[in-house]
Design a protein around this ligand. Structure first.
Ligand code: NAI
Length: 209
C-alpha cells in the first residue's frame, strides 16, 4: 500500500469518508456510487473518485463502491485498526471533558493516565483515574508505552511539558493549547482549535444579520 504517496489534503478528508461509510454500514448499505456519496458528504463526485482512486480499485463502473471494503481500507490507512496508549496533561475543564468522552477509547485511543501540576487536583478522581502529579510524567510514559499525549494546559508551560514528554518517548501530540509547539521531526503534532472554527462560523454568518 503506497500510503506515503497519498497527499495530506486527501488524508485530511479520509476521516470524513470513514465516518460516512461507517454510517452507511450501520444502515446496512453495502454499495454506493460516487454520486450518492457526493450527495451525502458534500464533496463533488469527481473529487471522491479522485480521492478514492489513490488506494486501490474499490470503485467499479456501474457498481459503485463496496462500502465495507472501502471502510476497512480507510481504517487501515488511518491506522485505526491499531490501539494507541495515551495520556492527558492538564485535568481542568477541557481535559475533564475529553476524559469523560468514551468515544476515543472505542476508536482505539486509550487514555492510561491523567496528569496535572496543581497540588489541589492531584489525587482527585475522574472516571477510573486518580489525577497524577505531572512531575512523574516521564516515568509513566516509559513504563506504560505511551505514544500519544493530549495537551490541555494553558499555553504557558506547554512547550516545556512537550520537551519533557518527547524526551520520554511520546511521538504524537494532540495539542489543544493555543501555541505552536516545537518538536523534533519524528514527532507529530496535531493542533485542535475550537476558537478558529468558531471564527470561521462568525465569518460565514456575519452578513446574515
Ligand atoms: P483549566 O484552567 O480549567 O485547566 C488547565 C489545567 O492545566 C489546570 O488544572 C492546571 O492546574 C493544569 N496545568 C497548568 N499548567 C500545567 C503544567 N505545566 N503541567 C500540568 N498541568 C498544568 O483550563 P481549560 O479551560 O481546561 O483550558 C486548558 C487549555 O486548553 C488552555 O490552553 C486553553 O486555551 C485551551 N483550550 C483550547 C481549546 C481548543 O479548541 N483548542 C478549547 C478550550 C480550551
Amino acid at each position: 500500500m503506497g500510503n506515503k504517496n497519498i497527499s495530506m489534503a486527501v488524508i485530511r478528508r479520509l476521516p470524513k469518508y470513514y465516518r460516512y461509510l461507517g454510517d452507511l454500514l450501520e444502515r446496512d448499505i453495502q454499495r454506493i456510487s460516487s454520486k450518492e456519496l457526493s450527495d451525502i458528504i458534500g464533496f463533488t463526485a469527481s473529487q471522491i473518485r479522485q480521492d478514492l482512486n489513490n488506494f486501490g480499485g474499490f470503485g467499479q463502473q456501474g457498481y459503485g463502491y463496496n462500502v465495507d471494503a472501502l471502510h476497512n481500507e480507510i481504517e487501515k490507512i488511518l491506522g485505526l485498526d491499531k490501539k494507541y496508549n495515551a495520556i492527558l496533561i492538564g485535568a481542568g475543564n477541557l481535559g475533564q471533558a475529553i476524559t469523560n468522552y468514551t468515544g476515543f477509547k472505542a476508536a482505539g485511543f486509550e487514555i492510561k493516565g491523567l496528569f496535572d501540576a496543581n497540588p489541589r487536583m492531584i489525587g482527585l478522581k475522574l472516571r477510573d483515574f486518580e489525577i497524577m502529579d505531572s512531575d512523574n510524567l516521564e516515568e509513566f510514559i516509559e513504563e506504560n508505552d505511551i505514544e500519544i499525549a493530549i495537551i490541555c494546559i494553558p499555553k504557558n508551560g506547554a512547550q516545556e511539558v512537550t520537551d519533557r514528554i518527547v524526551k520520554a518517548g511520546v511521538t504524537g501530540i494532540w495539542n489543544f493549547a493555543p501555541v505552536d509547539l516545537e518538536v523534533p521531526s519524528h514527532v507529530i503534532v496535531e493542533n485542535v482549535n475550537l476558537t478558529e472554527s468558531l471564527f470561521t462560523l462568525s465569518y460565514l454568518i456575519k452578513d446574515n444579520r
